[in-house]
Design a protein around this ligand. Structure first.
Ligand code: DC
Length: 238
């Protein structure tokens, strides 16, 4: 049995925090697939420039994929977390900057890029213990993990929360004051990214038919983690 838990959901729904803590409690590894899209975007913006930002075709997929091989862009298992690397450097912080966030949806909408990222994820899971045979599995979070990348995952979670609540969480994570105007603006920015991710032709953001839907608007992080860990203990006994 594939030892993978798929956690999908919109931006700032708490996927990565939840996936990291669930992995920690189960003694599994954690793979944040968005980090790989972000690392590719960082490489594209740094090396190919921002000029082609409006249209995916101005950053031809093949040039980004050549860069990915040459630099290389990859995921490296450090302890229990797959970390994104570009040219041998840990880019965990650089990929969270506004410059990358602005363009990542464009890069993630390119079919060839998605195929490449999916292959990296499947290889990482095989190498990270999730391929079966007991022991350590992998908690993978993203937008299409339960629908496209690991449709055979025995446990799939789809996290949601209202846009305002997600905006509040994002602002307090950044240490910013949570005032009404800022929440409104952040909530609009999140909604725009969700729309781009949900309306794209390939692998749009949506729950798998057999996903467990979890609305976290009124839950604490501890509560949502506990809930997923309980489900995991039922689905992966022993
Ligand atoms: O989760 P995140 O905000 O770091 O994701 C960054 C972008 O990557 C997001 O706009 C959607 C895209 N993404 C995707 O299309 N599929 C995934 N499995 C993960 C992320």
């Amino acid at each position: 049995m594939l030892r993978v838990i798929a956690i999908d959901g919109p931006a700032a729904s708490g996927k990565s925090s939840t996936a990291g803590l669930v992995a920690q409690q189960l003694g599994w590894a954690h793979l944040d697939s968005g980090a790989l899209y972000r690392a590719l975007t960082l490489a594209a913006v740094d090396t190919l420039g921002e000029g082609g930002r409006r249209k995916g075709e101005e950053w031809p997929a093949q040039r980004i994929l050549d860069l990915a091989d040459r630099l290389p862009v990859r995921l490296v298992l450090v302890g229990a977390k797959f970390r994104p690397e570009v040219a041998g450097a840990d880019v965990e912080e650089a990929i969270r900057t506004e410059r990358v966030t602005r363009y990542v949806s464009v890069v993630a909408a390119i079919p060839e890029i998605r195929t490449w990222v999916n292959t990296q994820q499947r290889k990482a899971v095989e190498g990270g213990g999730g391929g079966g045979g007991g022991g350590r599995g992998v908690v993978v979070d993203g937008r299409d993990i339960g629908t496209v990348v690991f449709p055979e995952a025995p446990l799939k979670i789809f996290l949601t929360a209202t846009p305002d609540e997600r905006a509040r969480r994002r602002l307090s994570q950044r240490g910013q004051a949570v005032d009404v105007e800022l929440v409104r603006r952040e909530s609009e920015a999140l909604a725009a990214r969700d729309a781009a991710d949900s309306n794209r032709r390939i692998a749009p953001l949506k729950p798998a038919p057999d996903a467990v839907l979890l609305d976290t608007t009124a839950l604490t992080l501890e509560e949502q983690v506990m809930h997923v860990v309980e489900l995991a203990r039922q689905r992966f006994p022993g």
